[in-house]
Design a protein around this ligand. Structure first.
Ligand code: GUN
Length: 283
C-alpha cells in the first residue's frame, strides 16, 4: 500500500487564501490585524522563524512589528516592552520568540502577555481555558495538527488517538484538542512501557517526542493517520522528523512529511490567531 502524503504547505496556502479575503473585508472597515514579534539574542533558528513570521504578516496584509533586542537585554526591559505592546492599540497579537537567554525567566514573560493578545496560547489562562473547553487562543502547532487531520476526511469521533510526547507546547494541548474532537486519547512518553503495543492500536498517531526517526513501521497500525511534529537537526545538517517516513509510509494511511507537513501550519495558525484576536478587539 502507498500512503497518501498530507501536504501541509498546500493546506496552509488554502487557509491563507481564505484569510486574505477576510483581511480585505476588515481593512475596508478600518481594521488591520497587528502582530508584534519579539526576538532576544541571535539564535540562528529563531532568526529564521521570526523572518518567516514577518513575511507571513506582509503577505497577508497584517501590520507587523519586529523587536530585535540584544542578548544582554534585562528581564525588566523585556517586561517593559511587553507591557507597552499590551497597551498598544495597533497590536492584536504578541509573540516572544522562545527560547530566551538563560538570565530571563520564560514564565515571567509569558505570564506578562495580555491574555487576549497571547497568540501563542501559552498564557496559563489560555491553557486553563483549553482544559475546560472554553473559548481561547489555541496553541499554534496543536491547532495545525488538528486541522491537518480534519483535511484527511477522517472522522475523529470515537477513534483511538495516541500521542507520543507530553510537552506543554505540543503533547499536552494536542491531546486535549483530540478529546475535544471526541477521540479516545492515550498519551505515551519517554517512560512508557511497551509503547509499540499501545501505538499499534492507534487510528491516529501524533508524534512529538523530539527524537529523530523514533517511530518506524512496527509502531503503526495499517491505515492509521500519522502526524509527525518532530523537527530534529541531524549531524549532516538535514532536518528529520520523529517518524521514519520511508518505513512508516509502507503501512500507514495519510502521513505528514518533514519538512512540508506540520511546520508550515504553525505560522498559518499564528496568523489565524492574530486575525481572531483583531476581530475580538473590534467587537
Ligand atoms: N520557538 C519555537 N517554537 C515557538 C513557538 O511556537 N512560539 C514561540 N514563542 N517560540 C517558539
Amino acid at each position: 500500500m502507498t500512503a497518501s502524503i498530507i501536504n501541509g504547505k498546500e493546506v496552509s496556502q488554502e487557509i491563507r487564501a481564505s484569510m486574505t479575503t477576510e483581511v480585505k473585508q476588515l481593512s475596508e472597515q478600518g481594521v488591520v490585524p497587528g502582530l508584534a514579534v519579539v526576538l532576544v539574542g541571535e539564535d540562528p533558528a529563531s532568526q529564521v522563524y521570526v523572518r518567516n513570521k514577518e513575511k507571513a504578516c506582509h503577505d497577508l496584509g497584517f501590520y507587523s512589528e519586529v523587536h530585535r533586542l540584544d542578548a544582554s537585554t534585562s528581564q525588566e526591559d523585556l517586561l517593559a516592552l511587553v507591557d507597552k505592546l499590551n497597551k498598544q492599540e495597533s497590536i492584536n497579537g504578541i509573540l516572544v520568540q522562545l527560547p530566551l537567554p538563560k538570565h530571563i525567566e520564560e514564565k515571567a514573560v509569558i505570564d506578562a502577555i495580555a491574555v487576549d493578545k497571547d497568540v501563542d496560547g501559552f498564557h496559563p489562562v489560555n491553557v486553563g481555558n483549553l482544559v475546560i473547553g472554553d473559548d481561547s487562543l489555541l496553541p499554534c502547532t496543536p491547532a495545525g495538527v488538528i486541522e491537518l487531520i480534519k483535511r484527511t476526511g477522517l472522522e475523529m469521533s470515537g477513534k483511538h488517538a495516541v500521542v507520543i510526547g507530553r510537552s506543554n507546547i505540543v503533547g499536552k494541548p494536542v491531546s486535549l484538542l483530540l478529546q475535544r474532537e471526541n477521540a479516545t486519547v492515550t498519551m505515551c512518553h519517554s517512560r512508557t512501557a511497551n509503547m509499540k503495543e499501545i501505538t499499534r492500536q492507534a487510528d491516529i498517531l501524533v508524534v512529538a517526542i523530539g527524537r529523530a526517526n523514533f517511530v518506524d513501521a512496527d509502531f503503526v497500525k495499517p491505515g492509521a493517520v500519522v502526524i509527525d511534529v518532530g523537527m530534529n537537526r541531524l549531524d549532516n545538517g538535514k532536518l528529520a522528523g520523529d517518524v521514519d517516513f520511508e518505513s512508516v509510509k509502507t503501512v500507514s494511511g495519510p502521513i505528514t512529511p518533514v519538512p512540508g507537513g506540520v511546520g508550515p501550519m504553525t505560522i498559518t495558525m499564528l496568523m489565524q490567531n492574530t486575525l481572531i484576536a483583531a476581530k475580538r478587539a473590534h467587537g
